[in-house]
Design a protein around this ligand. Structure first.
Ligand SMILES: [Zn+2]
Length: 157
């Protein structure tokens, strides 16, 4: 069993991991790393900075940093970075949604302004209708008056 610090302070393990590039497979509880003659199990528990790393190879069983552990740790780091990136993307989506809010409220404001204008126009139309009706009544009254006068004086002549 070794810690992140112990593994990272051993550059040889990473140098060999980089040179050999052994296939690393993810397992439910860690990684399987293809060694020279065998497949080794590497488990990594905990967070990146304070992880506890185990490899069941001979070096690993003696708490020595090996290139299997280094290879698995690199995959582990990649996965963490991907997860962080996904979380960032998710944050970005949330922020985008927040930023689209002002546009929405702007649309709402424009719609409200239009509704107010329509209301004003409707009020004006009904005022004109009332005036028109009043004028119509007056015209009828005047027409009746003219008819009355005509009738009255036509009889006189
Ligand atoms: Zn090992």
């Amino acid at each position: 069993m070794i810690t992140t610090r112990e593994l990272q302070s051993n550059s040889n393990a990473f140098t060999k991991a980089g040179a050999v590039k052994p296939p690393v497979f993810k397992r439910e509880n860690g990684f399987a790393v293809q060694g020279a003659n065998d497949i080794y199990s590497v488990s990594i528990q905990g967070e990146v900075e304070n992880a506890v790393i185990d490899c069941n190879c001979k070096a690993g069983q003696n708490s020595k940093p090996c290139y299997h552990a280094a290879s698995a740790f690199q995959v582990f780091l990649n996965d963490k970075a991907k997860a962080a990136k996904a979380a960032e993307d998710f944050d970005f989506e949330l922020i985008s949604a927040e930023l689209s809010q002002p546009v929405q409220s702007r649309t709402d404001r424009l719609l409200a302004e239009q509704a107010a204008q329509i209301q004003t126009l409707e009020t004006k139309v009904s005022q004109l209708e009332r005036r028109f009706t009043a004028l119509l009544n007056r015209v009828e009254t005047e027409a009746e008056f003219v008819d009355y006068v005509n009738t009255k004086y036509s009889k006189a002549y």
